[in-house]
Write a protein that binds this ligand. Structure first.
Ligand code: KIV
Length: 271
């Protein structure tokens, strides 16, 4: 008897079914082949090639500088690694705000050149036309509401969004609009847990929270943050699952010391 070892790919339908079953959805970022291999192999449902690559990979202060070409480079490496996870790729700042045709062209490039499975886009009703046009081309879209880092210069701060009723109501309206347009999920970033619960309960599509409490249908973290590679970044919402900065630092220090003392390579490590 042959054993079927084929890995079943997570699709946007799987994500929808998980919401219906009340099964939580796990999402993590990855930006390169090696990290994405581990993230995928560990059973993560969605890999997000986030524009946070601008911060953690390139060292920029914000997500604004990363280009569409750079996102496609990161995404194509992740797609080659992901055997099971759904790969969602951020539309970077400047690649969709101009008009809906530009948005569609950017999404098409991400799907065609990187082989991504879906795109994510920041914003609500103001980008409805772009979201609709991308969806019409058969490209699955994930929304992103609350703290939308591409608007950091408008917000002026990375603190919790939608604490006041007017902004909370806009978020509710935006979420419903994104669902109505056909988005398959929405990231809710840094909003009060009570509001995130209300929005999650009111939607048929799943919400994925980051700093939005335990009632979202899934959770997402930036991989460098949850692994403790970013030493100084410790917001309240972040659970750090490892301390890779120190682990890697010690390993590299030991290597340097072994090279300098001529204890690496030894006789067994040469030809
Ligand atoms: O770019 C990113 O990593 C994101 C997550 C924080 C949701 O958008």
């Amino acid at each position: 008897m042959s054993v079927n070892k084929e890995i079943k790919r997570i699709t946007t339908n799987t994500i929808q079914e998980m919401k219906v079953r009340g099964e939580k959805i796990s999402m993590l970022t990855a930006y390169d082949y090696s990290m994405a291999t581990i993230v995928d192999d560990a059973g993560t449902d969605i890999i997000l090639v986030g524009d946070s690559a601008s911060n953690v990979m390139a060292g920029h202060e914000t997500t604004l500088p990363i280009t569409l070409d750079q996102m496609i480079y990161h995404a194509s490496s992740v797609v080659r690694a992901a055997k099971r996870a759904l790969v969602v790729v951020d539309l970077p700042f400047g690649s969709y705000q101009g008009n809906s045709k530009e948005a569609l062209n950017s999404a098409i490039r991400i799907m065609k050149e990187a082989g991504a499975h879906a795109v994510k886009i920041e914003g609500g009703v103001e980008i409805a036309e772009s979201v609709s046009r991308i969806l019409t081309a058969g490209i699955p879209v994930m929304g992103h509401l609350g703290l939308t880092p591409q608007s950091i210069y408008k917000f002026g701060t990375y603190t919790v969004r939608a604490k006041h009723e007017a902004e909370a109501q806009k978020l509710r309206d935006d979420a419903l609009k994104l669902q109505e347009l056909g988005c398959f999920g929405i990231v809710l970033e840094k909003i009060p847990a009570k509001l995130a619960q209300e929005v999650s309960d009111s939607l048929q599509i799943p919400t994925i929270g980051i700093g939005a409490g335990q009632h979202c249908d899934g959770q997402v973290l930036v991989i460098h943050d949850m692994l403790g590679i970013n030493k100084g970044f410790k917001p309240r919402f972040l659970r750090q699952y490892s301390n890779l900065y120190d682990i890697m630092h010690d390993a590299i220090k030991n290597y340097n010391s072994d090279v300098k003392s001529n204890s690496f390579p030894n006789e067994k490590e040469q030809y």
